[in-house]
Design a protein around this ligand. Structure first.
Ligand SMILES: Nc1nc2c(c(=O)[nH]1)N[C@H]1C(S)=C(S)[C@@H](COP(=O)(O)OP(=O)(O)OC[C@H]3O[C@@H](n4cnc5c(=O)[nH]c(N)nc54)[C@H](O)[C@@H]3O)O[C@H]1N2
Ligand SMILES: Nc1nc2c(c(=O)[nH]1)N[C@H]1C(S)=C(S)[C@@H](COP(=O)(O)OP(=O)(O)OC[C@H]3O[C@@H](n4cnc5c(=O)[nH]c(N)nc54)[C@H](O)[C@@H]3O)O[C@H]1N2
Ligand SMILES: [Mo]
Length: 766
């Protein structure tokens, strides 16, 4: 029943382009998810595995971080893309040592991410020795000795970089950051740096905590939801059920997006009759087709209109009591926003003033407003001010810290939020380090470490020697592909703890290791018995996850075991940290977490509650704001228009329906009507006629980045143009194919997140 891994790589000439869909999910979604399961793992294993997905005694979906319903859970608490994520991990395909003997690293480096990922699960620790052309097997003992030796020999611990991707469990993350700090470095960049860092930065400044303030119940009980810069139909499909429920309770939904994403328009829930045979539920009541990067001006205009309504009828619109008792900076903000420049709003948003006024009216009438957002807001130069301005809009009417209202940054990776809670952060708080030092008797370094972009700079500039990654696919996920590849190739040693083959393995340092690890779906047996791990979702709920499948190979170690054994190779067996005990029994790690990590007291007991527990969140719990002013802060955020020279477009890089970040499940983007290919660029038909480019023609994309007196150009070749109803002046292409266009220097203010959603490009016929 299972299908073999493809031998041939993608043939982009087979691509087919049809009409975009006007609704998400439906029966087709179920069929597609079953197909992926069957191809990768056969029917029986598919059914057995998917039954445990997101169940209390099962494993947490390795897909997105959208929370599970508390209490009663539907039998199939999963979505098409969650099922694909599981199939990808629970696949019966294998990449054994013979595979590496057959394929040289140079040969593998020519393959697409799709082909590499499709080959299957890694089974043995592998090493690429200096000067060798092929990876060869290595024992775990020798692998740890190799890495441990290199780390011990560094002149400065800051020559090591420890990257994390957001699937890592809380236990592994806690042990990993401890290893880095005991060694003496805060170089702990993670995928968050490219993801919701802007949200964290903005929320800490404004409300005092970098996390969302709403629960799932709040979402279903809101009367107004703004879904901004997010494509939940593909990236958080279980969110559609919550939006559907909110609609059922009478909510109004406003979608703000340059693209008319199918999942924002209509949802056919495969779990009810209406979804299967009916027309489904229309979701967005209002679709604001905004220009890329226009959201700051949009939120400023909304704030202006809400304030104007109050000025016209004092005492009727704003929550004066809340503003006076709980916020700071309102008067300065109000003085600035009264001077709003409407021409700037027109130019930035491309929206009609009537439409913006309509959304402002909804805000004024709403009693419970939530704003949800994802990468469409976080990956811009002005992301942090944009999110601060969104907070202003909510503060005006006291829409935080009460039922059905608040901020909802929708996280990406299933445990990216937990990893940060556990200390995966290059700029740790003093309080956290002090607690860590007291608990273990170490002296953590106080200097900040490198974030992701700084890590690439450091590697490029010869300041780093060892790159170690727990999960992720650094080369394909980061910007400026050519620069990053050179940076990684210059390392003395690169090490990847991975479940599956990816590009980062074939862009190696002088010596390279691949350390294969257990995935979420797999049983984790240690000396102290079968273990579970814990994770935190997008709404601060911490709960257990326990895999049941037999591991993909008998040679796999868990992430906790890998970190612990590496630490023993570095520090020896009588280190102040009982690494061997950690490996044998994760309860002993959790005991430490309970004493170090704020909000985690009594961790072992509370994660054993059926639905886990919710971490504290002062704005949500008590309308208190742990900011520097002790109040929620209004902030003034001037607009800076993106300058687009004539004949140029702003390009965003985004996800197709068949990918999980750099893991490409398949070659279709069903909702956008693309099949059997990925090298495409979506452009508005009117822009195409202005540029004199025909729909379907083959083009190169060239990004232009000012540098010194000139312009640095970056080019990707042979993309097919698709005329598509995106906002005027805007284009879209898939990540990671288009990453080579994103200049390493082009990052968001404050958060340093690459501007993956706004790159100035020109297109040239190939
Ligand atoms: N199946 C699947 N699920 C995933 C992932 C995956 O790759 N596949 N990735 C996970 C991760 S790590 C993350 S971070 C999330 C990502 O979830 P999303 O943020 O939904 O992912 P993107 O595909 O980057 O989509 C960005 C959306 O924002 C819109 N947008 C872009 N720029 C702007 C702008 O300037 N303004 C506005 N208003 N909108 C804009 C785009 O048109 C698009 O709809 O999903 C997570 N879940
Ligand atoms: N241009 C552009 N670039 C982007 C983005 C964008 O929108 N546009 N989005 C950014 C975002 S939001 C993010 S989050 C990053 C993602 O960056 P990363 O998190 O680095 O990338 P992923 O593709 O999620 O990582 C996939 C790899 O993780 C490994 N893996 C999977 N499961 C496990 C596991 O359980 N344990 C271990 N150890 N390994 C595992 C597999 O080997 C797989 O190949 O990319 C960013 N890059
Ligand atoms: Mo992400």
């Amino acid at each position: 029943m299972t299908r073999r891994a493809p031998e041939q790589d993608v043939d982009e000439s087979k691509i087919e382009v049809g009409e975009p869909k006007t609704y998400a999910a439906g029966v087709k979604g179920v069929l597609v998810s079953l197909q992926h399961g069957w191809d990768q793992m056969g029917a029986t294993r598919s059914v057995r595995t998917l039954r445990l997905l997101n169940q209390r005694e099962g494993f947490d979906c390795p897909g997105c971080a959208w929370p599970e319903a508390q209490g009663h859970r539907k039998l199939a608490e999963f979505c098409e893309n969650g099922a694909k994520a599981v199939a990808e991990e629970a696949t019966t395909r294998r990449v054994p040592p013979e595979f590496f003997a057959e394929h040289s690293v140079a040969e593998l480096a020519e393959k697409t991410d799709y082909w590499l990922g499709q080959q299957g699960r890694l089974t043995h620790p592998m090493v690429l020795r200096e000067g060798a052309s092929h990876y060869e097997p290595i024992s775990w003992g020798n692998a740890f000795e190799l890495v441990g030796g290199k780390l011990r020999d560094l002149a400065d611990p800051n020559e090591a970089i420890f990257y994390t991707s957001g699937r890592t469990s809380n236990e592994a993350a806690f042990a990993y950051q401890l290893l880095a700090r005991a060694l003496g470095t805060n170089n702990l960049p993670d995928c968050s740096n490219m993801c919701h860092e802007s949200s964290g930065s903005a929320l800490i400044q404004t409300i005092g905590i970098g996390k969302g303030s709403v629960s799932l119940a709040d979402v279903t009980n809101a009367d107004l939801l703004l879904v901004v810069g997010q494509n939940p139909g593909t990236n958080h499909p279980r969110m559609l059920s919550a939006l559907e429920e909110a609609k059922g309770n009478g909510a109004t939904i406003v979608a703000v997006n340059p693209l008319p994403e199918a999942g924002l328009m209509r949802f056919k829930n495969p779990q009810n009759v209406r979804g299967v045979i009916g027309r489904g539920t229309p979701l967005a009541d209002e679709f604001c087709q905004i220009r890329l990067g226009g959201d700051l001006a949009f939120f400023r205009a909304l704030g202006h209109l809400v304030l104007a309504a109050e000025d016209a009828a004092p005492g009727t619109v704003l929550d004066r009591e809340f503003i006076e008792s709980s916020t700071h900076g309102f008067e300065e903000w109000a003085a600035d926003i009264r001077q709003l420049d409407w021409d700037e709003v027109d130019a930035a948003t491309g929206l009609s003033r009537e439409q913006i006024a309509g959304v402002a009216r909804l805000l004024i009438e709403s009693k419970r407003t939530i704003i949800c957002w994802a990468m469409g807001l976080t990956q811009h130069k002005k992301s942090v001010p944009t999110i601060r301005e969104l907070v202003n809009v909510l503060l005006l009417r006291g829409m935080i810290g009460k039922p059905g209202a608040g901020v909802c940054p929708v996280r990406g990776h299933s445990n990216v939020q937990g990893d940060r809670t556990m200390g995966i952060y290059e700029k740790p708080a003093e309080k956290f380090l002090a607690a860590l030092d007291t608990e273990f008797g170490i002296t953590s370094p106080r200097d900040h470490g490198y974030d992701t972009v700084e890590a690439i700079h450091a590697m490029r500039d010869g300041k780093a020697k060892v790159f170690f990654a727990v999960g992720g696919n650094f080369v394909s996920a980061t910007p400026d592909t050519e620069v990053t590849e050179r940076a990684l190739r210059s390392m003395d040693l690169t090490v990847h703890v991975s479940t599956k083959l990816n590009r980062s393995h074939v862009v190696p340092g002088r010596t390279a290791l691949i350390l294969p690890t257990l995935g979420r779906t797999e049983r984790d047996d240690q000396a102290g018995g079968t273990q579970f791990v814990t994770v935190e979702d997008s709404m601060s709920v911490v709960h257990r996850s326990r895999g049941r499948l037999a591991p993909a190979s008998e040679h796999l170690l868990s992430e906790v075991a890998i970190v612990s054994r590496l630490a023993r190779a570095v520090f020896g067996d009588d280190h102040v940290v009982p690494w061997a005990t950690f490996e044998g029994d994760y309860d002993t790690v959790r005991d430490r977490i309970s004493r170090v990590v704020p909000g985690c007291a009594d961790y072992n007991a509370r994660v054993r509650e059926p639905d886990g527990f919710v971490l504290p969140h002062p704005p949500r719990d008590s309308r208190s704001f742990p900011t520097t002013t002790g109040k929620a802060n209004f902030t003034v955020n001037p607009v800076e228009l993106i300058r687009v020279p004539a004949g140029r477009l702003i390009l965003q890089t985004l996800r197709s329906h068949d990918q999980y970040n750099t893991t490409i499940y398949g070659l279709d983007d069903r909702y956008r009507g693309v099949h059997d290919g990925r090298r495409v660029v979506f452009v508005n038909p009117d822009d195409l006629s202005e540029l004199g480019v025909a729909d379907g023609s083959m083009v190169d994309m060239v990004s232009e980045w000012p540098s010194g007196d000139g312009v640095v150009e970056r080019r990707v070749k042979l993309f097919r143009v698709i005329a598509y109803p995106t906002a005027r002046g805007c284009a879209a292409a898939y990540f990671p194919e288009a990453n080579a266009l994103v200049p390493l220097e082009s990052t968001a203010e404050t958060s340093n997140t690459p501007t993956s959603k706004a790159i100035i490009i020109r297109i040239e016929r190939s």
